[in-house]
Design a protein around this ligand. Sequence first.
Ligand SMILES: [Zn+2]
Length: 213
Amino acid sequence: MRPRDLLDLLLPATCWSCGAPAGPVAAPLCAACARALPWLGPGEALTRGRAVGRSFAPLAHAGPARDLVHALKFRDAPGVARLMAAHVVLRLPRGLVVPGVVLVPVPAHPGRRRRRGYDHADALARAIAERTAVPVDPLLERRSGSGEHQRGRTRTGRLAGGGPDVRARRAAPPRCVLVDDVRTTGATLEACARALRRAGARRVDAIAYARVA
Ligand SMILES: [Zn+2]
């Protein structure tokens, strides 16, 4: 058991979204917030990209879903990734995560990862892997100096169609599923999918926990 997990057991459990007592079972969300999760309908949850084939997000980036994303990103809250993975797997479309698929976390900005010491997309991917019995391979990396901002982005990165400057560390398996916490414009997922295809992937799908409308 990690020290943070132990701390989680010792501290009184409160809801990550509204701060109310989470009840006898130490869940990251109280019952009211769990009921208020903004699930997307099947038509909204599954979309198609260009380099990304199928792109799945079970929830809108709002209310308790947004609060869980925030908890995962900034507070390193134990249990949050596991609950988010449960939400993803509950609504997972058929054929998306199947034997032979490798989950590839969207890489965090190198500076951000150093400051926090952990990577939220990687934590979510590993929690999804635990429930689906497929492997995780963190084979993408961001080139240093390439943030979400134009400043410091290379000319090639800009010309490649937006998103961060990402590359694969080694050859990619034929079928990859990208994992990130939030999908906004889809530019980050597209940039990651292009990098995987350059490294040999033939099919790249994507999972984000929540989608910005
Ligand atoms: Zn609550």
